[in-house]
Write a protein that binds this ligand. Structure first.
Ligand code: COI
Length: 330
């Protein structure tokens, strides 16, 4: 029997050992490329029945159709989020799709770090220390025990954030369209409006859907507490960047920490040091002392990477082996 052929896009060097191990384990041939999937590299997919991706390419109807035409039947995204995939188009084309389900710990821990870095003015502190400025003026922080934290989105990551936050003694309020039974032990569900009004810190853990697009916009910000801290380790599209610029300039917003930003595709995970990048709001925001922007790296731990690769390869193999719905099939 000939080996099933897959291709994995957006492969980083640190994924290679796991890819090789899993290819051997499942008896499949896995071609790899660092390229982001696009209409321009459909040729790379020829001969592969399954494609694994990482989220920086847009798997729209046009691209999925091209892949289906060259024989692709299975797609796995090595990410939890799947907003980059047109699932309706995949279903129409008979392409089965699954995502990753790595543990929420890495993103949740990163979120706590972002909250505390913001509350303790850490960006400014570290910049000053680098030039031997050890003055305290302007660096006074706030303690979580005195604050109310609003967690928007109580899926696995939101719930883990709530669990970790619970040791700090803050009041935790939460918002989600679908309330989860376990959350009530540590947090109180409130309406979105009440969360905006009462939170000193707001952390986002919602998926990017049409219904959550720009859930943080100018109106939402105007209803928040003065000095609110906004943290986004979920998806850039949840937040209107230009509203953030106004919020920072007027000092309505006390601090922003974002691991994901609107318009990050083509920037996130890439070394663009020598390029001209047109994204005024993002680069304008970055220069403020109270704005932290990271590389979309909250997920990036050894444990998560191993799990992502496993989900990516095993997901395709399992879908190919059975007509039954796979655990993480979308
Ligand atoms: C996800 O798993 O949803 C992520 O955000 C990870 C990243 C590699 C796109």
């Amino acid at each position: 029997m000939t080996e099933m052929k897959l291709i994995a896009f957006e492969v980083r060097p640190d994924e290679m050992d796991d890819i090789k191990r899993l290819a051997k384990k499942w008896g499949v041939e896995v071609a790899t490329t660092m390229e982001v999937p696009s209409f321009d590299n459909v040729r790379l997919v020829e001969g592969s029945v399954g494609v694994s991706t990482l989220g920086m390419g847009q798997l729209n109807r046009e691209l999925l159709t091209a892949w289906a035409n060259v024989g692709v039947k299975y797609v796995s995204t090595r990410t939890v989020g799947y907003d980059h995939i047109d699932l309706a188009a995949a279903h129409d084309l008979g392409i089965r799709v699954c995502n990753a389900n790595y543990a929420p710990n890495g993103v949740a821990e990163f979120t706590i770090m972002m909250i505390i870095m913001s509350l303790r003015n850490y960006k400014q502190a570290i910049a000053r220390a680098r030039v031997n400025d050890f003055a305290l003026a302007g660096l006074e922080g706030r303690e979580l025990k005195d604050l109310t934290v609003g967690v928007m989105g109580t899926g696995r990551i939101g719930q883990k954030v709530i669990e970790l936050l619970s040791v700090f003694g803050c009041e935790i309020i939460a918002y989600d369209h679908f309330e989860k039974p376990g959350v009530a032990k540590l947090a109180t569900y409130v309406s979105k409006e009440e969360l905006f009004e009462r939170s000193d810190v707001i952390t986002l853990h919602l998926p990017a859907f049409d219904s959550t697009y720009h859930i943080i916009d100018a109106d939402a910000i105007s209803s928040m507490k003065d000095g609110v801290v906004l943290v986004n380790c979920a998806r850039g599209e949840l937040v209107d960047l230009s509203a953030l610029v106004d919020g920072i300039e007027t000092e309505k917003i006390g601090a922003i920490a974002m691991d994901t930003v609107e318009g990050e595709k083509g920037v996130a995970h890439l070394d663009r040091r020598t390029d001209i990048i047109a994204n005024r709001d993002l680069f304008y925001l970055m220069q403020f002392r109270n704005v932290i922007i990271t590389q979309h790296m909250a997920f990036y731990t050894d444990a998560a990477v191993a799990s992502m690769v496993e989900c990516g390869i095993e997901g395709i193999v399992r879908m190919a082996q059975s007509d039954e719905r796979y655990t993480t099939e979308l």
